[in-house]
Design a protein around this ligand. Structure first.
Ligand SMILES: NC(=O)c1ccc[n+]([C@@H]2O[C@H](COP(=O)([O-])OP(=O)(O)OC[C@H]3O[C@@H](n4cnc5c(N)ncnc54)[C@H](OP(=O)(O)O)[C@@H]3O)[C@@H](O)[C@H]2O)c1
Length: 327
């Protein structure tokens, strides 16, 4: 049985990676932290590995006692935070700590997957090609790009980098805000209803990543979407139909969204200690006109065939939320 370490295993994407890895008969080590909520993965027959990614020596101590992992998927990361400098600490420094620990203990796996983001590359008015120069516009995106560049600078390190676009599915919390708006009769937009968007259902991402482990491809970077292009109003239309709701559309001017982001961040960080879905870093991404990407080389390299388009994915997701009485 091949051994695989998945960091951020208890999170939204991580839990689906665990599920897919278990389904494919891997011996799964879930990289978690003391404070992690394990409810999404507690039913799986897996090993739990408490990893303090902030401390390279602590990671080395743990690695020394374990046979080399065949594969490592480094999925842990922060997507929103009240302290902007944490993006660099968690997304870049922790990545470097984990990789340095693997190298220094002579435990480099057969393949190391880095879960980056389309945000590392940034948006464009047109469909971007991988050959364009990355231009992240958020601090989050900058931190992901910094990790990518670090990984690419390493000698003989067998990596693959995946840059998913917006990932949605059961258990995800940010798109849930949009479903709830529609439930209460509101379609909300930033700047335009025709913002160009790409999407990816979480199960398709998990299938792709687990499949990529056993190919002999390394050293490449991929955008990941369901291979289709959408607009913001198409997304709302699908949600509306699924929920059977009549709605009114509100197109918020960008400047107003900026103020709303500032206020919601201040309040949430002050009273809750957590960054809200609408925050000042996310605002920079929300106002972009296009988040399309070209994922066609996934088809060539991994025979990637998404099982879910947006309609099928949203249908399944909304059913899940309804069953959990969250919608
Ligand atoms: N969701 C998307 O649309 C999307 C798109 C592109 C890329 N990504 C990337 O995919 C990865 C997973 O994202 P997600 O959407 O599944 O987010 P999530 O549900 O918030 O999961 C994040 C995971 O990372 C762990 N983590 C966060 N901060 C950490 C820290 N300081 N130290 C150690 N572990 C930490 C979390 O552990 P705790 O539960 O203990 O906090 C959790 O397991 C991230 O790297 C993200 O950048 C996500």
């Amino acid at each position: 049985m091949k051994k695989i370490l998945i960091t951020g295993a208890n999170g939204f994407i991580g839990s689906f990676l665990v599920q897919e890895a278990v389904k494919n008969n891997y011996n799964v080590y879930a990289g978690i932290r003391k404070t992690s909520n394990l409810s999404a993965i507690s039913n799986f027959q897996i090993e739990f590995l408490e990893l303090n990614l902030a401390d390279k020596n602590a990671i080395k101590t743990i690695l020394k006692d374990i046979d080399t992992f065949d594969y490592v998927i480094h999925n842990a990361g922060t997507t929103k935070t009240c302290k902007k400098e944490e993006f660099d600490t968690v997304n870049f420094e922790y990545t470097r700590n984990l990789i340095s620990a693997l190298i220094e203990t002579n435990k480099v796996p057969e393949k190391f997957i880095y879960m980056s983001s389309l945000a590392a590359f940034g948006p464009n008015g047109e469909k971007r090609k991988k050959t364009d120069k990355p231009k992240p516009i958020s601090v989050y995106g900058e931190s992901k790009l910094k990790s990518e560049e670090y990984i690419k600078s390493l000698k003989n390190f067998p990596f693959l980098i995946f840059r998913p676009t917006g990932v949605y599915g059961p258990g995800e919390k940010d798109y849930l805000v949009m479903y709830k708006n529609v439930k209460y009769g509101l379609e909300t937009y930033v700047g335009t209803k025709k913002q160009k968007l790409s999407f990816l259902y979480v199960k398709d991402l998990a299938r792709l990543i687990i499949k990529s482990l056993t190919t002999d491809i390394t050293g490449k970077t991929y955008f990941v979407s369901d291979l289709k292009d959408y607009t913001a109003d198409e997304f709302n239309k699908i949600v509306k139909e699924k929920l059977g709701r009549k709605t009114i559309s509100l197109v918020f001017p960008e400047k107003l969204v900026k103020i709303m982001a500032l206020i919601s961040e201040k309040i949430s960080c002050m009273f809750n200690g957590k960054a809200p879905t609408l925050n000042t870093d996310k605002y920079k991404e929300l106002v972009q006109k296009s988040w399309l990407c070209d994922s066609s080389d996934l088809v060539k390299d991994f025979n990637f065939k998404p099982e879910y388009d947006l309609k099928k994915g949203i249908d399944e997701t909304i059913e899940w939320y309804k069953n959990k009485k969250l919608l």
